[in-house]
Design a protein around this ligand. Structure first.
Ligand code: HEM
Length: 423
């Protein structure tokens, strides 16, 4: 028996994610009754909902069986898939980025940036990032006790960090933020390109326009860095060669785009969500100020809690068994990181925000060969921001109701109104 239509609609509806409890309750019911089962809806290809932490890991551990790029890497309808294939000349994904590559191509392309984002490789960035964090703490404190932490701080700080790492000039940051928000928040009338409620057809059109605008911007970046190479990540991408050849146009654009979008929006959402959790739990700030070494646990719990990437899709290229279910060749699967991070088999109290967990094997960065390339940078920049901020404030509380983005893919809080007192 498949997952009920009501539950299936709930977990794919972008509106559900703007009220997180709705999605959490739906996934709790799915984990209890149908932890690995099919969702069958008439407007999209049937897909398995992978809700358990262990099953997500088992699938990600077998990239030779579960491919990223053969079908759409995120939830989409029959109609959108057909249009994407028309636009790309047959490919199921509009953007050919790392998350839609497999096998040798994925390994080679990932290998261009991977050595530059290991914990050791990013350590020398610590002081530069601390300087940026201090600037944003000063900026927050300039609001005189009240601000919208999401739009005033959380969306700007990781943006500044990643743009410096990539080699994008500061004057282009606002443009990058706008295009990123359009790309990931297409269903949200407050943030999408048209600033309006869009039909699926209009959404795809606006996604295409945003992608073309990003490509136009990045075309010039390749020429710039080939003429004058630097050690910045966009220059590594522009100048990299695989088997003696530069990356092709779609590989280059996919790389620039994923780094310039996923490289801040995810971390911004987590940072905003962490502040929301903190502002609702006044005792936490005191604990973190008395024992700053617990900031790492705070960061890890905020990543588990916020899960800014809600899902990725895989498709099976062979029959196999996962979690007691027979998966067939050509089946499509939704890995729900939000559900994996609430799995009762891993956390005794998954719906509590706690910084005293003995272990926190959160799966928000994914797992296996596609595990997030920026995970160490994300953790480091969040740790540094909190270290700098907690020295400067005495208290923080919510100053109104927070609001979440309408999206089922990469999303989180868009407004976190807070009131704070300075030391
Ligand atoms: C809290 C922050 C972040 C979260 C939760 C997050 C989450 C994810 C997830 C779930 C994946 C897919 C993993 C999988 O399929 O197993 C991913 C991939 C990726 N992330 Fe992140 N990410 C974050 C920050 C960043 C940052 C800062 C960067 C850039 C420096 C980045 C760049 C990438 C790239 C390039 C990939 C594709 C990797 C591949 O397919 O090989 N992410 N991320």
């Amino acid at each position: 028996m498949a997952i009920s239509e009501h539950l299936a609609r709930t977990i794919i509806d972008p509106n559900s994610y703007s009220k997180r409890e709705i999605v959490d309750q739906a996934f709790a019911a799915i984990r209890a009754g149908h932890p690995l089962d099919k969702a069958e809806l008439d407007d999209m290809e049937p897909f398995w909902v992978v809700s358990r932490h262990a099953d997500i890991k088992e699938i990600e551990r077998q990239p030779e069986i579960f491919h990223n790029g053969d079908k759409s890497t995120f939830l989409t309808t029959h109609e959108s898939t057909a249009r994407v294939k028309m636009l790309t000349g047959g490919e199921p994904n509009l953007i050919r980025s790392l998350v839609s590559l497999d096998g040798k191509e994925h390994k080679d392309v990932r290998g261009i940036v991977f050595p530059h984002v290991t914990p050791k490789a990013i350590r020398p960035l610590e002081e530069t990032i601390r300087g940026i964090a201090r600037e944003f703490v000063d900026h927050m404190l300039s609001f005189d006790g009240e601000c919208d932490f999401a739009s005033d701080v959380a969306f700007l700080y990781p943006l500044r960090v990643i743009m410096q790492v990539l080699g994008v000039p500061q004057e282009d940051e606002a443009f990058m933020l706008k295009l990123t928000q359009e790309l990931f928040n297409n269903a949200d009338p407050e943030l999408n390109r048209a600033r309006a409620q869009l039909s699926p057809e209009e959404m795809l059109k606006s996604l295409w326009e945003t992608t073309m605008e990003l490509e136009n911007y990045f075309k010039a970046v390749t020429d710039k860095f080939r003429a004058n190479p630097t050690s910045q990540v966009n220059s590594l991408i522009a100048n990299a060669k695989i088997d003696g050849e530069y990356l092709n146009h779609r590989q280059l654009m996919g790389y620039y785009i994923i780094a310039a979008t996923a490289g801040h929006d995810t971390t911004s959402n987590t940072t905003a969500g962490a502040m929301w959790a903190l502002a609702e739990r006044p005792h936490l700030l005191k604990q973190l100020q008395e024992s700053p070494e617990r900031i790492n646990a705070f960061v890890e719990e905020s990543i588990r809690w916020e899960v800014p990437v809600k899902h990725f899709m895989r498709s099976a290229v062979a029959d196999c068994e996962i979690g007691g279910q027979q998966i067939r060749k050509d089946d499509w699967l939704m890995l729900s990181y939000q559900s994996g991070n609430r799995d009762e088999a891993v956390w005794a109290d998954p719906f509590e925000f706690r910084i005293d967990r003995e272990a926190n094997p959160q799966i928000a960065f994914g797992y296996g060969v596609h595990v997030c390339l920026g995970q160490h940078l994300a953790r480091m920049e969040m740790r540094i921001l909190w270290e700098e901020l907690f020295k400067r404030i005495k208290s923080v509380e919510m100053n109104g109701t927070g609001e979440r983005t309408i999206s089922n893919f990469v999303c989180g809080p868009k407004h976190v109104p807070i009131r704070f007192a300075v030391n």
